[in-house]
Each structure stands twice: as structure tokens, then as C-alpha cells.
Design a binder for this molecule. Structure first.
Ligand code: UD1
Ligand code: CA
Length: 455
């Protein structure tokens, strides 16, 4: 059977108090609706349909490359009405209804839900809550079979005491849904076409309703305001932290870690507090990340030590490197084994050879450094002439004295030495000393000025 996933995302999300549509607010660095889309993709869905209404243009734009079909619900007349808008594009197999503001639903839970669907069965994800206020309650008959959902606003006193709640997530065949949707009425407290009413229609037809429960509560948690958003973010980060620790990562405080993307770690990686990992990050065996580092889309090789407050973006670090504290590696920074980049050093689009050191207060960009190069404090590659970028090439074993400006394009030969304070604008040959600074003048007979005598 084919599978179509319908994601409801037409609501306004007023309580976010934001000009951004609610489902585009980010959880773990990714818009909520993207989490749902990625999960839907993981089910090998034949079609993914997003029902949009409020902020429709914004959503179309944000999901332009997502290969989804949009169904517009111009007026929010209820969840049943919303699903109906998507039906035109839906196939003949199974249909799964998801929500753009319930971002952490898991693939395994949905697979279990879908297994329960055929011509004689539909499936509903329910959760038993201590505090069920606001949720639709599941009514069961004497035999324990699910027979209806009653919304909070329509429920009687006895019904309100029921703690088994509708998560909203459900699956059925497209044939069933096409048969049931026209039977929904708006004769209820909110004057809406409730999708939840299909349960009663199904039960009346003799279709059985299989109920499935999420593995953990956060899977079915929806976001309505920023406080819930922040709580869900923390809960999600805590899960990521638990997973990392189970894989052998030492986290100095699992409450103070943020992963916004994918973090892969070898054994015995140690991560100090307050670090943020974005995009795809890989940390090799035994890597240590000091406190308050930000690492994005980078590979950090085994045995590397990254000291506090370093920012690493788009870098590839081979291994046994020392970085920071307060280092900034920008995209295209590639460090060979054992290279060091120290405090207040910025690198960009640079290849640093084995064992080379840029230890203090430097900017090195658009450059290649051979092996065992020593770059003194305060060295700057002047790579930009105001219009174009130019390259600096430094040979193996070269020694760049402190406070040197290397005016690119320029190349420094193997084993060359640059005197401190030089401004180097011409190539320097191998094994040559180059000094380009004003000569020191010493005058032992120089009379120091003295103050004029007061009269
Ligand atoms: C709904 C369920 C309720 C369930 C709860 C779980 C119904 C009638 N009720 O209630 O049983 O316990 O979810 O959170 O389904 N939406 C549209 N178009 C609409 C209306 C809603 O796209 O016309 C979208 C909203 O953007 C939202 C979702 O559907 O993402 C749920 O709508 P909402 O009005 O929040 O439903 P609840 O009252 O929470
Ligand atoms: Ca509602």
C-alpha cells in the first residue's frame, strides 16, 4: 500500500507572539515542521502534504526545496476540514496525520501505528496524562474498545475525568478517510469540523480502532508558546545528552550541552560545559572540548585538545592538535596532525602542515603553511587588497618573526626566517633571512630634552 503523510500547519500560533509562523520556530536549530518532514521522509512516504493557512507564503518559501505538496486551508475550520484540503493529492493507500507543531514524534512509533491499519482497522496514538486538561479524551465501551473522542470543550464532568488523551496523530486508509470526512459536522462547542470525530464514525461502521502509545512523552508534546518551546528544547537536548553518554562520551554536565544537528563521537571524548554543536560535527577518539566552545560542520581528529571559548566552523583537524583557548577557525581551515592554533588566532581557508604552530594573536587566511612552520605572535596575512583575495605560501620549517605583515600574493621559502616587525611584500627564497623594517638607530651622545626653566 502507498503511504501519504498529511502534516497540519495552518494554525496561527498566536501565543508565540511572533511574526514567524509557529511551525518555523526552531527546535535544536531546525524548524519544527522540518523535524516532522524528516521523520515523514524516514517512513518512505509516497506523498507528503503540508496544510498551510496562516503565514502560507512564509511556509512555501521555507519549504521550497522540501519536495512537499502544499494544500491551502484559507480559513481554519478545524482539523477535519484541514485534512480534507489535502485529500485531492492523496493516493489510495494509507494516510498518516501529523502536526507541524509536534516535532519530536519518532519513526518507530509511527511504524507501529501504521502496522495497525487495514480496511477493518484504523490506528490512533493516545497518551495517558495526569494533567489531561485541553486534550480530547478517548471514550471506550464496556469491552474496552475505543469508540469516540470528545474534545475538552464538549466533554461532560465524567468524560473530563478520563486521562487517556488523543495526541491527534492517527492513521487509516485513504478509502476510509474519504468516506468519513464528509460525515463530520461542525455541531460542537467550537463550530469546527473535528478530525477526532472520525473515531466515532469508524466505530459505528464496525472498523476497529487500534491504540498505540508513544515510547516517551516528549514525542507527542505540542508547542503553543515560547515557554513550552524552551521546555521541549531542554527535554530534547537531555535525550541527546543521554544518548551520547550511552555511547561513551563524558559530558561534564549533561544539562549544559546543545546539539543542533548531528554530533558523532569516538570513544572517550570529553566535553566540558556550555558547548554548542551545529550541523554535522565529528569528534575523534579521545578529543577534549573545553568549556563554551561553538563547533559547526567540522571534523576534529583523534587526540585533539580544544581549549575554552574556541569557535570552529567548517574546519578539518587531522588529530593530536591543540586549539585555543579563544581560537577562531573559519571555513576551509585544515590542520595536519599536531598543528597548533592558539589564543586569539583567526584562520580561514588555510592549510597548516604537520607540527606547525600559530600560537598567538594572528590572522592567517588564504594560505598554505608547510610542516614545522613557526608563526610568531601578531602575524597577519594581508590577503585582501580591497577587491581580490590573494594567497600566501610558507615553506616547511620557515620561521615568521612576531608582528609580521605578509602582503599577499607572497611566498616564503623553506627554512626562511622573517625578522620580527617586517612587512614582507616580495617573495623570500629558501633558507634566507628577510628583514623589512626601519633600521634601529642608537645615539649614545643624544641629549635628552629638559623642561624649560620657570622664570
Ligand atoms: C487537537 C485535537 C485534540 C487533541 C489535541 C492534541 C481536534 C479537534 N482536537 O486539539 O483531540 O487532544 O489536538 O494536541 O483535532 N489546524 C489546522 N487547521 C485547522 C485547525 C487546526 O491546520 O483548521 C492545525 C493547527 O495548526 C495545529 C493542529 O492542527 O497544529 C491542532 O489544532 P488545534 O486547534 O491546536 O487542536 P487542539 O485544540 O489542540
Ligand atoms: Ca482548537
Amino acid at each position: 500500500m502507498t503511504l501519504d503523510v498529511v502534516i497540519l500547519a495552518a494554525g496561527q500560533g498566536t501565543r508565540m507572539r511572533s511574526s514567524l509562523p509557529k511551525v518555523l520556530h526552531r527546535l535544536a536549530g531546525k524548524p519544527m515542521v522540518r523535524h516532522v518532514l524528516d521523520t515523514a521522509r524516514g517512513l518512505d512516504a509516497d506523498g507528503i502534504h503540508v496544510v498551510i493557512g496562516h503565514g502560507a507564503d512564509h511556509l512555501r518559501e521555507a519549504l521550497a526545496e522540501a519536495e512537499v505538496r502544499f494544500a491551502v486551508q484559507p480559513e481554519q475550520k478545524g482539523t477535519g476540514h484541514a485534512v480534507a484540503q489535502a485529500m485531492e493529492g492523496v493516493g489510495r493507500g494509507k494516510v498518516l496525520v501529523l502536526y507541524g507543531d509536534v516535532p519530536l514524534i519518532r519513526r518507530d512509533t509511527l511504524l507501529t501505528l501504521l502496522e495497525g491499519v487495514d480496511e477493518h482497522h484504523m490506528a490512533l496514538l493516545t497518551v495517558t496524562l495526569d494533567e489531561p486538561t485541553g486534550y480530547g479524551r478517548l471514550l471506550r465501551n464496556a469491552a474496552g474498545e475505543a469508540v469516540a473522542i470528545v474534545e475538552q470543550k464538549d466533554a461532560s464532568q465524567t468524560e473530563l475525568a478520563i486521562r487517556e488523551c488523543n495526541t491527534g496523530i492517527m492513521a487509516m486508509t485513504a478509502t476510509q478517510l474519504r468516506r468519513w470526512l464528509p460525515q463530520l459536522s461542525a455541531d460542537n462547542a467550537q463550530g469546527e469540523h473535528y478530525l477526532t470525530d472520525v473515531i466515532a464514525v469508524a466505530a459505528a461502521e464496525g472498523v476497529r480502532i487500534a491504540t498505540v502509545h508513544p515510547a516517551i512523552a516528549t514525542e507527542v508534546e505540542g508547542v503553543n508558546n515560547r515557554a513550552q518551546m524552551a521546555r521541549l528544547e531542554r527535554a530534547h537536548q537531555r535525550e541527546i545528552a543521554e544518548r551520547l553518554m550511552a555511547e561513551g562520551v563524558a559530558l561534564l554536565d549533561p544539562e549544559r550541552l546543545d546539539v543542533r544537528g548531528t554530533l558523532r563521537c569516538g570513544h572517550d571524548v570529553e566535553i566540558d560545559v556550555g558547548c554548542v554543536f551545529e550541523g554535522e560535527v565529528e569528534l575523534g577518539e579521545g578529543v577534549y572540548i573545553g568549556p563554551h566552545c561553538v563547533i559547526r560542520d567540522s571534523h576534529i581528529g583523534a587526540g585533539t585538545i580544544v581549549e575554552a571559548h574556541s569557535v570552529i566552523d567548517g574546519a578539518v583537524v587531522a588529530g593530536l592538535n591543540r586549539i585555543g583557548p579563544f581560537a577562531r577557525l573559519r571555513p576551509g581551515s585544515r590542520l595536519a596532525v599536531g598543528a597548533k592554533v592558539g589564543n586569539f588566532v583567526e584562520t580561514k581557508n588555510v592549510e597548516v602542515g604537520e607540527g606547525s604552530k600559530i600560537n598567538h594573536l594572528s590572522y592567517v587566511g588564504d594560505a598554505r603553511l608547510g610542516r614545522d612552520v613557526n608563526v610568531g605572535a601578531g602575524t597577519i596575512t594581508c590577503n585582501y587588497d580591497g577587491a581580490n583575495k590573494h594567497r600566501t605560501d610558507i615553506g616547511d620549517g620557515a620561521f615568521i618573526g612576531s608582528n609580521t605583515a605578509l602582503v599577499a600574493p607572497v611566498s616564503i621559502g623553506e627554512g626562511a626566517t622573517i625578522g620580527a616587525g617586517s612587512t614582507i611584500s616580495k617573495d623570500v627564497a629558501d633558507h634566507t633571512l628577510a628583514v623589512a623594517r626601519g633600521r634601529q638607530v642608537s645615539r649614545p651622545d643624544w641629549p635628552r630634552p629638559i623642561k624649560d626653566k620657570p622664570y
